[in-house]
Design a protein around this ligand. Structure first.
Ligand code: ADP
Ligand code: ZN
Length: 512
């Protein structure tokens, strides 16, 4: 007779109590109810299937997308005394594993989705006793998710042919759309959705436009002597940033997939052991490492999605002590992200566009950053958190709709091919050779922006790019995006939140 969950929690896992929604999930599974558990990284997802696997008759089949991840989990399960195995191309003991499964000598069996969906695997399972299907990283089943894997779609027939076996889908990252899609794709009833709280109250969020990247990174480093991670978008950028941070009196190392494995392993080990190191890395760094005392995470460019941002920034402050997450973005990040959309499958483009729009809303908001993040994950947070840049120093906002219209008119009248510098010169009426040659000083938009409005031009251009009203061509020339006309017609408005650096500079100019 298997023991009750509380006893197993204590005896096998060595924990005194369940965390967050773990108890709810475990209870549902043991009662045989299909469940989709949305839990942030670090919330303790593995226990949600490992414990039922020990409490129930039969083996728990865990579907997991990455062999490396599987083998990590396998090791930690075995360390707890759980009888666990995997069937992957990296395993040599297939025969033995299959025999153990059929003989009822396995608690957990890890497989990849492409293996799980095959006919051979199904007939193997028919000869064994199965207690649970756990589908890890379940967002991979959805085209709406940021990491769609077609193999996940093939799981449904397997699950359906074991209709009495409960299914538990787990993911850290799913917006409302993706969530509904996972339920449908995996055949889980709507009542099976269990969502754990996503708030990380000890992380202070700050988001600023890039405006002197190295100075901005330096300010974060100076304010936080503890370990930190700086995420850069390319391998070259990690090396470059790491190089220019040397000489700040802190150990700094780069980390990316292009470094030799031994260098990577050494850099990672050095970071984990260090109390003041700064790691400049691509997003590959941090997955699966558990360093609780990371004091800051800086993004030097736009992350892929709100989900990735939440996950990557969430590597700060796992110990619960104060930590900061700073995102430094540029309008060109949005332009590039939109260009990349054209390279993905047409059926995925809608999801990609929604992801970029959600990021745009996050970086542009003058309201609470945490509220935007938590609402994205389906929560209903209070309007202010008291621990993000906007709550701590509410930014003044100005209505910049007419400035946006002037800027768009100037782009249009100059033929949608000039860069922002030229457009600014035309609008502010600064004569130069190019303007004279092209006759742009005779345009109706020449010199229509003056005084304080001049300072709005750059942020307005940035806001228009974020909102898909302006695009850049391959030469950096500005042209209309799909949303441009709505601004010209006055159907769309821009309330501009002035970034702190710009406010300061504006003041200094005013004093001079
Ligand atoms: P996830 O997969 O959700 O990122 P893990 O399953 O790897 O999270 O668990 C994260 C950490 O939390 C692990 O170190 C795990 O041992 C620990 N943990 C899980 N459940 C509990 C609990 N009930 N009490 C204390 N620690 C827990
Ligand atoms: Zn806030």
């Amino acid at each position: 007779m298997p023991a009750d969950p509380a006893t197993l929690l204590h005896d096998i896992f060595g924990f005194e109590r369940f965390r967050g929604v773990q108890e709810q999930v475990v209870t549902r599974i043991i009662a045989g109810r299909n469940t989709l558990a949305i839990m942030p990284t670090g919330a303790g997802k593995s226990l949600c299937y490992q414990l039922p696997a020990m409490a129930m008759e039969g083996c728990c089949i865990v579907i997991s997308p990455l062999i490396a991840l599987m083998h990590d989990q396998l090791r930690s399960a075995r360390a707890l005394g759980i009888r666990a195995a995997s069937l992957t191309s990296a395993d040599a003991d297939w025969r033995e594993t299959q025999d153990r499964l059929v003989a009822g000598e396995l608690d957990l069996l890890y497989v990849a989705p492409e293996r799980a969906s095959g006919a051979g695997f199904r007939s193997l399972l028919e000869r064994a006793r199965i207690g649970l299907f756990a589908i890890d990283e379940a967002h991979c089943v959805s085209e709406w998710g940021h990491d769609f894997r077609p193999d996940y779609r093939l799981l449904r027939p397997l699950l359906d042919s074991f209709a009495d076996v409960p299914r538990l889908a787990l993911t850290a990252t799913a917006d409302e759309h993706t969530r509904q899609d996972i339920l449908v794709q995996l055949g889980i009833e709507a009542e099976g959705l269990v969502i754990s709280g996503f708030d990380r109250p000890n992380i202070r969020y700050a988001i600023q436009p890039r405006d002197g990247l190295m100075r901005q990174i330096g300010a974060v480093m100076d304010a936080h002597p503890g370990p930190g991670i700086i995420y850069a978008q390319t391998r070259a950028a990690t090396e470059k940033i790491a190089e220019s941070l040397k000489g700040r009196g802190r150990p700094v190392l780069p980390y990316h997939a292009g470094l030799p494995p031994d260098v990577r392993a050494a850099n990672q080990a050095a970071f984990i052991a260090s109390e003041d190191m700064v790691m400049v890395a691509t997003v590959a760094f941090g997955m699966g490492i558990d360093k609780p005392d990371v004091r800051f995470v800086v993004h030097a460019g736009l992350p892929k999605s709100i989900e990735s941002y939440y996950q990557e920034s969430g590597r700060a402050g796992r110990d619960g002590d104060p930590a900061v997450a700073t995102l430094l973005w540029g309008a060109e990040d949005f332009v590039r992200a939109r260009q990349r959309i054209t390279e993905v499958d047409p059926e995925r483009q809608k999801g990609e566009r929604a992801r970029i729009a959600a990021l745009g809303a996050l970086v542009e908001t003058g309201a609470c950053r945490r509220a935007v993040l938590l609402r994205h994950f389906g929560e209903d947070p209070p309007p202010t958190c008291g621990n993000c840049d906007n709550c701590l120093a509410p930014p003044p906002s100005v209505d910049a709709t007419t400035t946006a219209q002037k800027l768009l008119s100037a782009v249009y009248r100059t033929g949608q091919s000039f860069g922002l510098g030229h457009i600014e010169a035309v609008l502010t009426g600064k004569p130069n050779d190019k303007i004279a040659q092209r006759g742009h000083d005779r345009l109706s938009v020449y010199g229509i922006v003056e005084g304080e409005e001049t300072a709005l031009l750059k942020p307005v251009a940035r806001a228009l790019m974020v909102r898909d009203a302006l695009e850049t061509n391959e030469h950096g020339g500005l042209q209309f995006g799909p949303a441009a006309r709505a601004f010209l017609r006055g159907e769309e408005k821009i309330a501009l939140v002035l970034p702190p650096a710009r406010q300061r500079r504006g003041k200094r100019n005013g004093e001079a």
